[in-house]
Write a protein that binds this ligand. Sequence first.
Ligand SMILES: [Zn+2]
Length: 318
Amino acid sequence: MFKNLSTQMKITIVIASIFIIFGTSALILNYRSKANKEANDPNAVKISASFYPLYYITQKITGGNDTVTNITPAGSEPHEYEPTTVQIRDIYESKLFVFNGAGLDPWADKIQENLGKTGVKTVNMSSKFNILNSVEASEKGNQDPHIWLSPSMYKQQVEVIRDQLVTMTTNSTNKNIYNNNADLLLKDLTKLETEFKTRLSKCDKKEIMTSHDFLQYLARDYGFSVVSINGLSPDREPSSLELAETTKLIRDKKIKYIFTETLASPKLAQTIAAETGAQNLILNPLEGLTKDEIDSGKDYISIQKENLESLTKGLECR
Ligand SMILES: [Zn+2]
C-alpha cells in the first residue's frame, strides 16, 4: 500500500491515522456519555403544562433543569385552543402533565384518564379548589376556571406542583432544588399578595365592570364585586336592548371605568364606553402572554402588578 512512499511519509500517515481513530472514538464516547446523562439524569424530567400560569410555576420550580412545555402558544386564548397531534404526542411522552380544568382546557379533561393509564402523572389543578359558578354562558359547564388570578390561590398551586415534583423524584439534590425554588417563588407571591391587600384596602368604589367574567376569585379576596357586562361573550355584538340595559346600569351605578382584557376583543366594552362616557381600563387575565410580552421580559408577577395599577384606578383607591 505504501510501496512508493518514503519511510517518513509512512510514519506520518500512521500517526495521522492513530489521531483520527482516537479522535473519532473520543467524539463517539463523548456523545454517548451525553445521551446517557440525559437518560439517567433525574433533572431532565419532561413536563407539559396546559397554559401559561401553570407553565410559569413549573418553570420557576424546576429552575430550567427540566424540559417544561407550554401547550397553549403565545398569543392564543386557552378557552379556544385545541392542541395539535404533535403536542398531544408530546404530552404522552411527558412524566407530568399539569392542567387547569373547570372548563378552561376541556381537551385536557378528555385525555386525562388515558394519560394515567400510560403512566403519565396528571394534575387537574381546579380539583384542588372550591370552584365558583360562572355567570357566563361561554365558560363551558358554567364553572369559573380563573383560579390563577387570585394571588393566594396561585400560591397554593405552587405548593401543589412542588409537592408533586418532590414526590416524583428519588434524587435528594433535586428535591432540594424544587423546595428552594418554590420557596423563592412563594416569597415573591406573598409580597404581591401584600401589595394587593394594602393598595386595595381604602377604595371609594366597591364594584368594577368587566367584559368577561374572570375576576370573581380576586374580587372575593379583596372585598370588591364584579359586574360582568350582561354575561356576554367578549366577541359578540350585543343587541340594542342589551346595550340599553347595560348603559342604564352604568349610569345608575355611576361606573366610570370598564375593564377590558388584553387577549380578547375589547369591542363591546368600547361600544359601551363610547355610549356612556365611561373609560376603558386594561386588565390582563393572564391566560397567555403575547410574544411581545415574553420578549419584554414580562411574567405573572409583573403583569399582576400592572393589573393592580388598573384596579386601584378603577376602584378609586387612595
Ligand atoms: Zn377566561
